[in-house]
Write a protein that binds this ligand. Structure first.
Ligand code: F6R
Length: 614
């Protein structure tokens, strides 16, 4: 989703801003722009629909000098992708330029008031309303830019991360946030701004995360000052970033997605590191230990998430119910937040999110906390909003995920949920010691088993060629592998744009079976042992209708091999750990089909990495 970069210091700002915009491309966007103040204090805005590269092309023969500037990649919300709707937006007299992530919900009311005051608008965005409002307030009150921003934000309903600069004022960037992240990087005599840390990390690892309703005055020669919109002075806490630069590079892979798929053996080791004892017999999560009574006495677990993280949550449901004997409900955050849910003080709410910034998940958390529930975050991005707004949690520690289609974050989420289920079950004494130790030992073998599956990459690539031009796909799985059917279908549709649906295999008879003919590829996960015979029956039903079966099976499964048109063999593991293996062929199949179709794998159309608007 939209990206923000800012710079103020002693270097030329433009190359830093453009490099930062490239670093933010992974978030998904449709236009890009910069605003700079040059040495003669002139403020100029350069912007265009399209890629950052198009912006560079457009700016080639323009003045891009200046040591202060702000830049933006836009993901359209109000108004189509166009040059006029791209950010930065000027105010009426072109004395201010502003960039904005988020949505100003009351923009039409504010716009009507400004129109009545004689303001005209160049774009259909909510953002232009905000910059005009700031200029209007500044004139009306004859105040400085900071005060005008503060007064304006008090009139705004909605979500924002903004940065504003002013003609004739080359020494200040004013930045503010509410429900949309903003990070300030502290260098030596220079400061950076980012909607996440990726444009900042190559210059400094010292950062300040702004909190909701905080405004920062970032001046050329002093530490940033932070004040709330209600005028309370804050002492900003300086944090150290854990991310490193190599995480932002492709490292020889053609796409970030493939790199991230191949990183999984290591990312799962990182995820388990320090949480499983050296003997490999015990799992400790500090977030659980610190609140063990809450978990032991929990009457219910509510899992809230979106997209792929929601699929991880479904696996969590199977895990917590099987091992902890706690009833679980898995909810889409967007539905949960609006349906007046019953939340009890002895419920535990687990929010799962890679980015830690998903707007619906954040709102659902707020609702749960207001109702008195204990909220536990399972997030990847350290210091993001969800971990900062939950009572406790566990990071997934899989490093920066850049491919829009989530892969390594998903397996790390499932690994954390598995460790949580085992740790809680141990505390509750709802698991016997032998099973507990057996599962922990097997969990530690998962990275090397994934390594084995990754060796099938060429085989899966060949298979992908047969199905590249299919119009539709069905994915089926049962038990722990039902969420993997959903995830496999989601991976395929989001990066290849092929229509795909995931179902619990037995549901096929209740509708989807009507779709099966000799054109329909059906990916079926047949690795579960407990209901293996039932999966075999489902395959027979598909073959009886001439469907084309691609089966993910356990090594040496001659029965399904004989029935399926194609098969991918994966190593055996414990039933509850199966999703960690069966999802890998799903990721690779989707990846190769998308590459065959020449799709923009890392930045699929219309999608955003971090969904910071609802
Ligand atoms: C799909 C994908 C999305 C995200 C969803 C939630 O590959 O990445 O479906 O899972 O937007 O995002 P987070 O996990 O950041 O809350």
């Amino acid at each position: 989703m939209c990206g923000i970069v800012g710079y103020i210091g002693f270097r030329e700002a433009y190359p830093i801003l453009v490099k930062g915009l490239h670093r933010l491309e992974y978030r998904g966007y449709d236009s890009a722009g910069v605003a700079l103040i040059d040495d003669s204090n002139k403020l100029s805005v350069l912007k265009t629909k399209g890629r950052v590269q198009d912006l560079e092309e457009y700016a080639r023969d323009k003045n891009t000098t200046g040591t202060i500037g702000i830049a933006h990649t836009r993901w359209a919300t109000h108004g189509e992708p166009s040059n006029a709707n791209a950010h930065p937006h000027y105010s009426q007299t072109e004395s201010l330029a502003l960039i904005h992530n988020g949505i100003i919900e009351n923009y039409s009311v504010l716009k009507a008031q400004l129109v009545a005051e004689g303001y005209t608008f160049q774009s259909s965005t909510d953002t232009e309303v905000l910059v005009q409002l700031i200029e209007y307030i500044k004139k009306l009150n004859n105040c400085d830019l900071f005060t005008a921003v503060q007064l304006a934000l008090n009139q705004v309903v909605g979500a924002y991360a903004i940065a504003v600069i002013e003609k004739g004022n080359p020494n200040n960037i004013i930045a503010a946030r509410k429900s949309s992240p903003l990070v300030i990087g502290l260098g030596e005599g220079e400061f950076f701004l980012g909607s996440d840390a990726s444009p900042i990390i190559e210059y400094t690892n010292k950062v300040i995360y702004l909190d909701d309703e905080e405004i920062a005055i970032i001046s050329r020669d002093k530490e940033p000052k932070v004040v709330t919109i209600s005028n309370i002075q804050k002492t900003p806490e300086i944090k150290e970033l854990e991310m490193n630069l190599s995480e932002l590079e492709r490292g020889g892979y053609p796409h970030f997605m493939l790199k991230e798929i191949f990183e999984q053996p290591q990312t799962l080791l990182n995820c388990m590191s320090g949480r499983i004892n050296v003997e490999g017999t015990n799992v400790t999560l500090s977030g659980i230990i610190d609140h063990k009574d809450k978990f032991v006495n929990a009457r219910r677990i509510l899992i809230i998430a979106c997209g792929t993280s929601w699929h991880a949550g479904l696996i969590g449901e199977y895990l917590f119910e099987e091992f902890c004997r706690i009833p679980v409900e898995v909810e889409y955050a967007s539905e949960f937040r609006y349906r007046n849910p019953v939340i009890n003080p002895d419920d535990i709410v687990i929010a799962i999110s890679q980015s830690g910034e998903t707007a619906d998940s954040l709102a659902a958390i707020e609702l749960a906390r207001k109702a008195g529930a204990f909220v536990y975050g399972v997030c990847n991005v350290v210091g993001s909003s969800i971990p900062r707004n939950t009572d406790s949690g566990s990071y997934t520690h899989c490093g920066h995920e850049i491919g829009v289609a989530s892969t390594k974050a998903f397996t790390a989420q499932v690994t954390v949920l598995t460790m949580m289920a085992l740790a809680i079950a141990k505390e509750k004494k709802s698991i016997d010691e032998v099973t507990y130790v057996k599962l922990i030992k097997e969990l530690q073998h998962i990275p090397s088993k994934i390594e084995q599956i990754l060796k099938l990459n060429d085989e899966i690539k060949k298979l992908s060629l047969i199905f590249t031009y299919a119009q539709n796909f069905i994915y089926l799985g049962r038990g722990y592998n039902y969420p993997i059917a959903l995830e496999g279908a989601l991976k395929l549709k989001e990066i290849s744009y092929i229509h795909a649906e995931g179902y619990p295999a037995a549901e096929m008879k209740h509708g989807p079976i009507a779709l099966i003919d000799n054109e329909m590829p059906i990916v079926i996960i047949g690795t579960n042992t407990a209901i293996y015979e039932k999966v075999v029956s489902n395959i027979q039903e598909i073959k009886a209708r001439n469907g084309r079966v691609i089966a993910v099976i356990n090594e040496g499964d001659e029965t399904i091999k004989a029935l399926a048109d194609h098969y991918i063999e994966v190593p055996h593991t414990e039933e509850c750990l199966d999703p960690l293996l069966s999802c890998i062929p799903m990721q690779l199949l989707a990846y190769h089909i998308a590459v065959n179709k020449n799709r923009d794998v890392d930045m699929p159309r219309n999608l955003a990495k971090s969904v910071t608007v609802e």
